[in-house]
Write a protein that binds this ligand. Structure first.
Ligand code: NAP
Length: 220
């Protein structure tokens, strides 16, 4: 079992934090009082993105911020996922690793879910990070809304999936720090594939209705 130490306000590294999803999550978390470290393959790009985010965010190479943080969010494309997670096992040991990666393909009919041998991106990360606790979250939140600074709130639910209650509780609390956003436990990691795949449906909804759709769970 992985021993976790999760401070009440964890320092969060965003790996691939120079892209729209990582920058958007970095911005919303930093604006909510969470210390944010932006990671990139290029320390210069990371520093630039951190400066744009503001709120004290800083940037450096992915392995450096992974090592320094209490928690990390993986926000890179599916194509680079396996290589990145397998290269950072030491830096991420003993930490909660949040995976928001959606393994999707695109063709002329739109977005579709790709087959992942491990079941899901989150399960692939867990397979390569035996000394970390992987949690799936933030798959269905639009980067456009996260980066829209005219929006004071993100009125969406974030489904949080994982095997370890302490870790999913911490990520539920992290998501719930963002005004309007609510983190909700969404099941075990074996059920993460359909949450990743659901983003393909949201993309279809966005195209049809010209919007940035998100989730709200009723009854809670
Ligand atoms: N965009 C959305 O609305 C959205 C919503 C929910 C979930 N997601 C998920 O979030 C992830 C990131 O999305 P995004 O739109 O921000 O992606 P992106 O812009 O394509 O990539 C994010 C960053 O990842 C780094 N990167 C690119 N290729 C890489 C590779 N092969 N290895 C390591 N790092 C690489 C790049 O940073 P450097 O070049 O600076 O290293 C890039 O700025 C995706 O997996 C996506 O499924 C996105």
């Amino acid at each position: 079992m992985v021993e976790l130490t999760i401070p009440e306000t964890p320092t969060v590294a965003v790996l691939g934090g120079t892209g729209p999803q990582g920058m958007g999550l970095g911005y919303r978390l930093a604006a909510s009082g969470v210390p944010v470290l932006i990671g990139s393959r290029s320390p210069d790009r990371a520093a630039e993105a951190a400066q744009e985010i503001g709120f004290g965010a800083t940037g450096d190479a992915n392995p450096v911020v992974a090592e320094q943080a209490d928690m990390a969010i993986i926000a890179i494309p599916w194509a680079g996922h396996e290589a990145l997670v397998s290269s950072l096992a030491a830096e991420l040991a003993g930490k909660v690793v949040i995976d928001c990666v959606n393994p999707l393909g695109f063709d002329k009919r739109g977005a579709f879910a790709l087959d992942v041998p491990e079941g899901s991106a989150a399960e692939q990360a867990q397979a390569h990070l035996p000394d970390s606790v992987v949690v799936g979250a933030f798959h269905n939140v639009s980067a456009v809304l996260l980066n829209d600074r005219s929006l004071a709130e993100i009125p969406e639910d974030v489904l949080v999936l994982g095997e370890v209650r302490e870790a999913t509780d911490a990520v539920v609390a992290l998501a719930s720090r963002v005004p309007g956003m609510r983190g909700l436990y969404g099941g075990r990691l074996r059920n993460c594939a359909q949450i990743e795949a659901l983003t393909a449906n949201l993309i279809s909804i966005n195209r049809r209705y010209k919007t940035h759709a998100g989730l709200r769970i009723t009854g809670i």
